[in-house]
Design a protein around this ligand. Sequence first.
Ligand code: MG
Ligand code: MG
Length: 257
Amino acid sequence: MIQYKTSEEVQLIKESADILGQAHGEVAKYVKEGVKTSFLDKIAEEFIRDHKAVPSFKGYNGFPSSLCISVNEVVVHGFPSDYELKDGDIISVDCGVFHQGFHSDSAYTYPIGEVSPSVIALLKATRDSLYLGIEQAVVGNRIGDIGHTIQKFVEAKGYTVVRELVGHGLGRKLHEAPEVPNYGKKGSGPLLKAGMVIAIEPMINLGTRNIVQERDGWTIRTADRKPSAHYEHTVAILENKTEVLTTHKYIEENFKF
Ligand code: MG
Ligand code: MG
């Protein structure tokens, strides 16, 4: 069942999302060659706890960390580890914050050093597809309009859309109804109404759309080991506008590509 939020609840999610946006900005300062991904996780967790909030992912179904860090062919749900970022990698940093009873969720994929132009193009297209999807998240549209727009845009560039993992409603729970696929038919799926808060999160692959799960029970990678990109925002659908509650502003102040 979809949980529609009051404006007071949307405001609380916005406050959670503000902490999240700043936590991402802190992490962005350290995203570079030679840095261990576990260090980024520590930065995020400290920042979140210093702001009287809780990392949403840590302990979620047993997930061990505050960030999901997914390098290169890893699509999502990678563990922070002793792995040191190296020139040419891409890294998706996904984070959630729980504050005053509400979750927020957002992700960003960074290039490290010199990344091949074809992979930079994948990152840019995935980020652009997120904003195109957000434009469709308006009262009176349907969930399928979001996915249709994302899918059409990225497939026209030769990329593929992961099917098994989707965006989601969120609020008091990290994952609520409805599912928000990054593919679909125009005019299909649940009607978008004021008060819905959803995470839109295209996961777009350079090669095959097929994925496999590693034996750790979490890490999802592309079947062909080609790179995958992931960008995510939490958005509130309101009567007269759609508000992007999370922000990549602090990332983009600290990290340009
Ligand atoms: Mg999410
Ligand atoms: Mg996320």
